[in-house]
Design a protein around this ligand. Structure first.
Ligand code: NAD
Length: 297
């Protein structure tokens, strides 16, 4: 039987409307409007597109959107100063520094200068530590989105074997920490792992976050497994055109898996929706208000 296609676009639209309802309720009951500030350094075209989309969706949800654009030559001190001003600004509940930063800037130093309570990307070392120790944290948006889709499809994840391919700080590691918190048995495989295929074949939940087009093929997947494809790879489509594919070979895996996220239209749309959810959660926490349900991990 063919896999259920998990529609990330529709799921993200539903999440955004829950966030918008939460924002409206917060305005009505407390006169508070959540605000998200994005810092963009340089002119990277992909980053500019992301930032534009984030700004538009922030406003559509009824939140305040602030954009701070600095030139590619901006010094580290200038960037740190911008973050410090946003940390002190009561209208700003979430701060996102768009990565990558130019090579002359210490990205870790910049990220760790963000007030952890406003770190809606969840990359600050304090939030990574809180998540790793099973405490309340700001959770990175992409793995948060994956978890929401997994819970929606599978209900309780307890006891399931989850295999995460990739160990980045942005996706693989926080994904593994979240799945462990859900009482999965978690295996993380990476570029140095041996016999990856056999490990992946044991997975009830398979999350691919690698950056290698169509690496995961049907023979890596246990029949009925839930497959979450985080990869975004642009490949040559002939005639001077390109197209996006994931880390999973969708056409061969879909007939074997129980459910699968497509690329595009799977994990991708969930990332910005989770950023908005994190901003609303951050605003509620900053003001000592109850957190809107179903938005945090
Ligand atoms: P990364 O380059 O930081 O990490 C890749 C990981 O894959 C590493 O841990 C590495 O050990 C592992 N790896 C590399 N080659 C491997 C191999 N042959 N076998 C097994 N593991 C291997 O990348 P990242 O930031 O984690 O992103 C991974 C992918 O997810 C990329 O395609 C990226 O574009 C995509 N991504 C998507 C979203 C989204 O919103 N959907 C968000 C973040 C990243």
């Amino acid at each position: 039987m063919a896999a259920e296609i998990i529609d990330g676009k529709a799921f993200a639209a539903g999440l955004r409307s829950r966030v918008a309802a939460g924002v409206a309720a917060m305005k009505e009951a407390h006169g508070l409007t959540p605000g998200l500030a994005v810092v963009l350094v340089g002119e990277d075209p992909a980053s500019q597109v992301y930032v534009r989309n984030k700004g538009r969706q922030t406003v559509e949800c009824g939140m305040l959107s602030f954009e701070h654009r600095l030139s590619a030559e901006a010094s580290e001190a200038e960037i740190l100063d911008t973050v410090a001003r946003l940390n002190a600004d009561p209208q700003v509940h979430g701060i996102l520094v768009q990565l990558p930063l130019p090579a002359h800037v210490d990205a870790e130093k910049v990220i760790n200068s963000i007030d952890p309570a406003k770190d809606v990307d969840g990359f600050h070392i304090s939030n990574a530590g809180l998540l790793a120790t099973g405490q309340k944290a700001m959770v990175p948006c992409t793995p948060l989105g994956c978890l929401m889709m997994l819970r929606d499809r599978l209900g309780s994840l307890s006891g399931l074997h989850a295999v995460v391919i990739g160990r980045s700080n942005i996706v693989g590691k926080p994904m593994a920490a979240l799945l462990l918190r859900e009482s999965c048995t978690v295996t993380v495989v990476h570029s140095r792992s041996r016999d990856i295929e056999a490990l992946c074949r044991q997975a009830d939940i398979l999350v691919a976050a690698v950056g290698r087009p169509r690496m995961v093929t049907a023979d890596w997947v246990k029949p009925g497994a839930t497959v979450i494809d985080v990869g975004i790879n642009r490949i040559d489509a002939g005639e001077g055109k390109t197209r996006l594919v994931g880390d999973v070979d969708f056409d061969s895996v879909a007939p074997v898996a129980g459910a699968i996220t497509p690329v595009p239209g799977g994990v991708g749309p969930m990332t910005i929706a989770c950023l908005l959810a994190n901003t609303l959660t951050a605003c509620a926490r900053a003001n000592g208000l109850p957190e809107p349900e179903g938005l945090a991990a």
